[in-house]
Design a protein. Sequence first.
Length: 255
Amino acid sequence: MEDLFRLDGKVALVTGGAGGIGKMLATGLSRYGAKIVVSSRNSEAVSEAARQIQAETGRETLAVPADVTDESSVANLVATVLARFGTVDILVNAMGINLKRDAFEYPMSDWGKILDVNVTGTMIACKHVGKVFKEKRRGKIINLSSVRGIRGYDGGNVGYCASKGAVELITKALALEWAPHNILVNALGPALIITPGTVHLRNNPELAKKYSATIPLGRLGEPDDLIGACVFLASSASDFVTGQTIYVDGGLTAK
């Protein structure tokens, strides 16, 4: 039982791995023993993320640039991972964008960009890695949703909310369809988590108080809050869990 959360010998592919949350999750999985593949469209950013993760954890980390909205790019990504490691055990889809726009004037081109990355990109990655898992008859998929996937939010977030709602149901539908193949599909639904891109909120007492006031636990989410849930879903500790979203939100969605 002491090894329930260990990931030694596992290979984890993290799309969006150069972003704040993606890099954080990749680092956490690496700390628990996984070999890591980080992927992102930005080749320089993803190479630097891989270098930092390997330097911090001492475990093998590979950077593979890829565009999740391009199916041939994702197919090449999976082929590269298999050529290097011979397998993949865990897929974390951590990519995501938000373009805040007034709903009365919402440019459909921006709407399309959000859905392409957050929804289509998630499905393409699941499809191609899922084929590997089907052959192995096992695998873990962790998609990145949000509390905005089940709660409306103003301020120009209709596109983002719609995309995360879609991720929620992709997760549930794939969990049902792929359960016979022992492919477990779950999601993480964070509230605001402190990353390098949001650390200014914590450093500003007024903003920190404003955002914390919306959270029943009275504080902002820290990286380890999300890493713990991710490791749980990636490890054998969650072998009877599928089709679920874990809301790492300090109680926000309980209201």
